[in-house]
Design a protein around this ligand. Structure first.
Ligand code: 3UK
Length: 519
C-alpha cells in the first residue's frame, strides 16, 4: 500500500489507486498495531486486528450477496463495533454506506429509502419499529435487509481477506443526509479523500490527536461531527475510541468517562449545560480528560467559563458542517476566545460576503462561504440545492458571520430559518406543519429563542380552533402529538396561546416580531 503523503506546505497527496478503507483500517496491521485496542464498549474491546478481520468479512459478504459497486447501504445503527464493520466493509467493497440519524421517524426513513434507492439496509433492534414501518410504506424496496442478528450472522459467514476495490481520492465514498428548512433532506456525497482531509487538518493539525489518545464522543457516529470524533480521528492515528450505544445524558457520559478514561471528550453545548447542572450534585472522575471539544451550535461564553471553573478543562468551540464533513473554523489551546468560533483550520479558506458577493469590511457581518478539500461533491439528485450551495470551489454555509482584525470568527445567526437544537437541525416549518395537523390548532408559528443558558430552543405561538381553551392538559396533548410524529428533539419547549399572529400585508408571518416579543 502506497502511503498518503503530507507535504511541507500541508498539502495532502494521495496515491493511485486509493481506497480509503485500506488507509484507515489495514494500514494499522502493516504498522504493527494489530493487538492494540481500537474500540472500547461496555460489551468488550475490539483490537485493530479484529476490526480489520470483520471489515474484510463484511466486504466479502456484501459482495457475495451481489450488492454492486456504487450501490447504497443505509445504516440505522447505534454506536457499536458493527457500525464500523458495515461502514468500512462497504467502502472497501466499493459500496456506498449512508449512516442515518437513529432518532428519526418512519416517514423520514421512508423518504431516505426512496431517495437513495438503496440496495441494502442494516438496522439495530432499537430502531426496528420505525424502520420496519418505513419499509412497509416506501415505494422502493431494498433487496437486502438485515436486523442486527442477521447482520452478525452475515459477518460470521463472510470470507476472510478481501482485496480493496480500486478507487481514487476523488471517487464517491459515502453519503450523509443534511436537512434544510423547507423540502426534504439532501444526501451530501462525500469522496474517498474527505475523511483523510478532516483527520489531518482538524484532527491532527488543530486538535493534536495522537496515537496514545482515547476519544469519546457524546455526539453519535451518524452525525458528521461524531463520525470524525468517534471514528476517523482515532483510526487515522491508531488511537482508541470509546463507544456508548445509548442516549448521551450527564449520567451516562460521566460514567463512560470515569470507566474508560478518555483523553479527549467531544460534546455539544446543550449537553455541556446539562452536565454543568449535574455537577452541582455529582463528582465524576474526569481526571483522564486533557481537552474538551464543542460543535453543532455556538457555545455560549458563559458555559465555557463555568465548565472551566468547575472542571479545570478547556472546551474548544469550532464550527463544522455535514457538507464540509468536519470543523473548518476552530479555537486553539492557548488562544481560546470564548463566544467565538476561533480562527481558520489549516487547509480551509473563508470569505464573508454581502448580497453582491463582495467581501464585507472587518467587523461587519455577511454570508460565510468556505473552501476546502473535504467538501461534498454534490447533493444526490438535487441539482437546485447543489447549485445554490456549492458555488464552484466555494460552499455557502447558510451562516452569517463576522471576522475581527485578529482573524477570529463570530457567529451571528443563520441566513435561513433553520434552528440547531442540541446541535441537531430542526426546521420550524416542520414543527408548524405537525402542530396544525392537530384539529385543535388553527394556526401555528415556530421560532427559535435563546434560553437562560444562551441556547436556542423552539417555541410555538398558537391560535386555537374555536371553542378550544388553553389548559395544561391541552399543552400536554400538543406535546404528545409532536413527539409521536417527529424525531423526539423537535418539539416546542414553550407554547404561547394567542389570538393573532403578526403578519405582513401579504400574509407572511413576521418571525422577527415573535423572536423579539416578551416572555
Ligand atoms: C451550525 C455552529 C455556531 C452552523 C458539524 C462539527 O454541526 C455540524 O454539522 P451540521 O450539518 O450543521 C452545520 C451548521 O451548524 N454550527 C455548527 N457548529 C457551530 N454554529 N458555532 C458552532 N460551533 O449553522 C453550521 O452551518 O449538522 C459540526 C463537525 C461536523 C459537523 N457536521
Amino acid at each position: 500500500m502506497k502511503p498518503v503523503e503530507i507535504g511541507a506546505d500541508g498539502d495532502i497527496r494521495f496515491p493511485t489507486p486509493f481506497n480509503v478503507a485500506t488507509h484507515f483500517i489495514d494500514r494499522h496491521l502493516a504498522e504493527g498495531r494489530g493487538a492494540k485496542v481500537a474500540i472500547r464498549t461496555v460489551r468488550g474491546d475490539v483490537t485493530y486486528a479484529q476490526l480489520a478481520a470483520n471489515v474484510d468479512r463484511c466486504a466479502s459478504a456484501l459482495t457475495a450477496l451481489g450488492v454492486a459497486k456504487g450501490e447504497r447501504l443505509l445504516l440505522v445503527v447505534k454506536d457499536s463495533p458493527e457500525f464500523l464493520y458495515a461502514f468500512w466493509g462497504a467502502i472497501k467493497a466499493g459500496i456506498v454506506p449512508v449512516p442515518l440519524n437513529t432518532l428519526l421517524k418512519a416517514k423520514d426513513y421512508a423518504f431516505m429509502i426512496e431517495n437513495s434507492e438503496c440496495a441494502m439496509l442494516v438496522y439495530s433492534p432499537e430502531y426496528a419499529v420505525e424502520v420496519e414501518a418505513a419499509l412497509a410504506k416506501a415505494a422502493h424496496k431494498p433487496a437486502h435487509l438485515f436486523g442486527s442478528e442477521a447482520f452478525t450472522a452475515l459477518l460470521a459467514g463472510g470470507a476472510e481477506g478481501f482485496e480493496a476495490v480500486p478507487a481514487t481520492a476523488l471517487s464517491e465514498c459515502f453519503w450523509l443526509y443534511s436537512s434544510g428548512s423547507t423540502g426534504q433532506p439532501k444526501g451530501a456525497v462525500h469522496l474517498h479523500r474527505d475523511m483523510v482531509v478532516t483527520s489531518e487538518t482538524y484532527g491532527v493539525q488543530t486538535l493534536g490527536v495522537r496515537e496514545d489518545d482515547v476519544c469519546f464522543s457524546a455526539a453519535k457516529l451518524f452525525f458528521a461531527y461524531g463520525l470524525g470524533n468517534g471514528m476517523t480521528f482515532p483510526l487515522w492515528v491508531g488511537a482508541t475510541t470509546v463507544l456508548l450505544d445509548t442516549r448521551p445524558t450527564p449520567d451516562s457520559t460521566f460514567e463512560m468517562i470515569a470507566r474508560f478514561r478518555p483523553t479527549l471528550y467531544f460534546g455539544v453545548p446543550t449537553l455541556y449545560a446539562a452536565q454543568l447542572q449535574a455537577l452541582e450534585s455529582l463528582k465524576p472522575d474526569l481526571s483522564s480528560v486533557r481537552l474538551c471539544v464543542s460543535a453543532g451550535e455556538a457555545l455560549p461564553a458563559d458555559i465555557y467559563r463555568r465548565w472551566r471553573e468547575r472542571t479545570g478543562l478547556d472546551i474548544l468551540d469550532g464550527i463544522g458542517s455535514t457538507e464540509l464533513l468536519h470543523i473548518f473554523i476552530s479555537n486553539r489551546v492557548g488562544s481560546i476566545r470564548p463566544g467565538s468560533s476561533g480562527t481558520m483550520v489549516p487547509g480551509y479558506e473563508a470569505r464573508i460576503v454581502d448580497e453582491n458577493d463582495r467581501e464585507v469590511p472587518i467587523g461587519e457581518s455577511g454570508k460565510l462561504l468556505v473552501k476546502g478539500k473535504s467538501a461534498a461533491a454534490y447533493y444526490w439528485r438535487n441539482p437546485e440545492k447543489t447549485a445554490t450551495t456549492m458555488l464552484g470551489e466555494w460552499l455557502n454555509t447558510g451562516d452569517t458571520y463576522s471576522r475581527d482584525a485578529e482573524g477570529y470568527y463570530l457567529y451571528c445567526g443563520r441566513s435561513d430559518d433553520m434552528l440547531k437544537v442540541g446541535g441537531i437541525w430542526c426546521s420550524p416549518f416542520e414543527i408548524e406543519g405537525t402542530l396544525i395537523e392537530c384539529p385543535k390548532v388553527l394556526e401555528a408559528a415556530v421560532v427559535g429563542r435563546e434560553d437562560q443558558a444562551g441556547l436556542v430552543k423552539p417555541e410555538a405561538w398558537i391560535i386555537l380552533a374555536d371553542g378550544v381553551k388553553p389548559t395544561d392538559a391541552l399543552e400536554a396533548e400538543l406535546l404528545a402529538h409532536c413527539k409521536s410524529r417527529m424525531a423526539p428533539y423537535k418539539y416546542p419547549r414553550k407554547f404561547h396561546f394567542v389570538d393573532e399572529l403578526p403578519k405582513t400585508a401579504t400574509g407572511k408571518i413576521q418571525r422577527f416580531r415573535l423572536r423579539a416579543s416578551e416572555a
